[in-house]
Design a protein around this ligand. Structure first.
Ligand code: GLU
Length: 316
């Protein structure tokens, strides 16, 4: 499918370069995530962008080829896989559909609102439950299925998780561990907590590039179908569910502001990655490890705001 919007951006690519360099100036005002110690080694002033349309036409700028870990962006992918494994009726028995207004790793509403079902699949509590639902007789098989799905989404087989980031999170994940044990206590999380967490830490540590994110975004934009091979990688209904969560809860407690200032489905992670897309047009991948106080890439946000404003990308 031809994307006139993408062609226009392509023709005015020098503007994107200008926005990228402007966005780089903002990086000094942010801070890399340090609660996972290994993430502090990221280069704070790095910023990269990739756009990929449904004709496989690509725009890549800045440090677009540097690998980084998926972190919370993985939550969108495991949500789709869990939906493919069980269907929406079962999945929504375990997680809700509402934004929380609390920070992503909050425990508050789990206790306040019985029966302790996580409000949505993009907060940590919800994502850990979603990971527990992934089919597979052992943790290794569950992870393998997640990894194979990510490979298919990225269109390449040489994808793996970063051992150091995984080990670093595993050593320091007291908050996630406490969330998971609480969920087990109230009966929302079944099975072995440490095994589920191990799979969750691995999925968060899977390494991708901006190009990979733009390809996954492009698949969401194209409702789950690979436009080149015409293969359905995931059903359109699950693309719709994932996209809706990205709009309502994808950018932590800045999702409302992001919807107003940028205006398309997106999900960020604490490594500084952002995945986004313009429906039926193209996918977007951004990296900028310096984060603002809400946990979103400070340079990445600036860049997306500028691009959206210039090319009128808001879907609203
Ligand atoms: N692995 C991270 C955690 O669970 C992901 C958080 C994020 O990217 O928002 O804390």
């Amino acid at each position: 499918m031809h994307s006139p919007l993408f062609e226009q951006i392509y023709a005015e690519c020098s503007k994107l370069e200008q926005y990228l360099e402007e966005a780089r100036q903002f990086c000094d005002l942010g801070k890399v995530a340090d609660y996972i110690p290994e993430l502090t080694h990221a280069n704070c002033s790095m910023i990269g962008l990739s756009l990929l349309d449904t004709n496989n036409k690509n725009i890549q700028l800045g440090e677009y080829s540097i690998p980084f870990t998926l972190q919370s962006i993985s939550k969108v992918l495991t949500l789709i896989l869990a939906l493919m494994d069980h269907g929406e009726d079962v999945v929504f028995e375990y997680v809700g559909m509402e934004p929380t207004g609390d920070v992503y790793n909050s425990m508050l509403k789990l206790e306040l609102v019985p029966p302790g079902k996580p409000f949505n699949p993009l907060i940590n509590a919800g994502a850990i439950v979603i990971t527990s639902l992934i089919k597979g007789d052992t943790p290794a098989l569950k992870y393998e299925r997640i990894s194979n799905f990510v490979k298919e989404l990225c269109g390449r087989t040489n994808i793996s998780y970063n051992e150091k980031v995984y080990a670093s999170e595993k050593l320091t994940a007291d908050r996630n561990r406490s969330l998971a044990y609480f969920l087990k206590d109230v009966g929302v999380l079944k099975g072995n907590v440490d095994e589920h967490l191990d799979v969750y830490f691995k999925q968060c540590a899977i390494e991708v590039t901006c190009h990979d994110l733009s390809r996954i975004g492009m698949l969401l934009a194209n409702q789950g179908v690979d436009p080149i091979t015409k293969k359905e990688i995931f059903p359109a209904r699950y693309a719709q569910i994932a996209s809706t969560f990205m709009v309502t809860c994808g950018m932590y407690n800045e999702s409302g502001e992001f919807a107003i200032q940028v205006g398309f489905p997106a999900k960020s992670g604490v490594s500084g990655g952002i995945i986004g897309f313009v429906p039926h047009q193209f996918g977007i991948g951004v990296i900028g490890p310096a984060l603002n106080d809400k946990g979103n890439s400070i340079g990445g946000l600036h860049l997306l705001k500028q691009i959206s404003k210039q090319f009128k990308l808001s879907i609203f």
